[in-house]
Structure formats: structure tokens, C-alpha cells
Design a protein around this ligand. Structure first.
Ligand code: FES
Length: 104
């Protein structure tokens, strides 16, 4: 079981728990504002874009090459960007903080 905290664009903090699937699915199931998951998790929409808290990057690991290509199209991307459909929920994620990137 992993506890994952999302911080929305409006600075609302939502902590959810999960033990399977990917982080986007968990966010959508818990109505986290700003995470839409339009493509269903196949890394082709970027509506699940989050910025990993810099202190927690080791928990999520780095973006894959396909993910980075997708993120390059998003003006809001930075070195902490991940598409959260590409992050599997596991114990390793416990305590992670993810900021919804949104489209500013
Ligand atoms: S849900 Fe579409 S890229 Fe993650």
C-alpha cells in the first residue's frame, strides 16, 4: 500500500492510497482536479502531467524516452515532469508528493 499526495493547481492537497495500477488511474478514481487521463494511460495525451516533488524523484524514477518525447510538447514541462500514467503504484511510492502540472 502506498500513500500518494497530489497538490492541485488550486493548492488543494489530496492524499490517496493504492496498491495496484498506475498513478493516473488512482488520481482519476479519486477526482484529483487537473488529472484527466484522456488517452487511458497509453502515453499519448499528457493530461496526466505532474511535477514530482524534487525530494521524491528517487521514488518515481525517471521518465522513459517515449514519455520525454510526449512531455517535450508541453510548455509546462520541467526536469521533474512525469506522465503519471507511466508510474506504477507500488510500496516504493509511499509518501510521494506530486504537483498537478495543469496547463498554465
Ligand atoms: S493518461 Fe494520457 S499520457 Fe497519461
Amino acid at each position: 500500500m502506498a500513500k500518494i499526495t497530489f497538490i492541485t493547481i488550486e493548492n488543494e492537497e489530496i492524499t490517496v492510497e493504492g496498491d495496484s495500477g498506475n498513478v493516473m488511474e488512482l488520481a482519476v478514481a479519486n477526482n484529483v482536479a487537473g488529472i484527466d487521463g484522456d488517452c487511458g494511460g497509453v502515453c499519448s495525451c499528457a493530461t496526466c502531467h505532474v511535477h514530482v516533488d524534487p525530494a521524491h524523484v528517487a521514488k518515481t524514477g525517471e521518465a522513459s524516452e517515449i514519455e520525454q518525447d510526449m512531455l517535450e510538447l508541453d510548455d509546462n514541462a520541467n526536469e521533474y515532469s512525469r506522465l503519471c500514467c507511466q508510474i506504477q503504484v507500488s510500496e516504493q511510492l509511499d509518501g510521494v508528493i506530486l504537483r498537478v502540472a495543469g496547463d498554465e
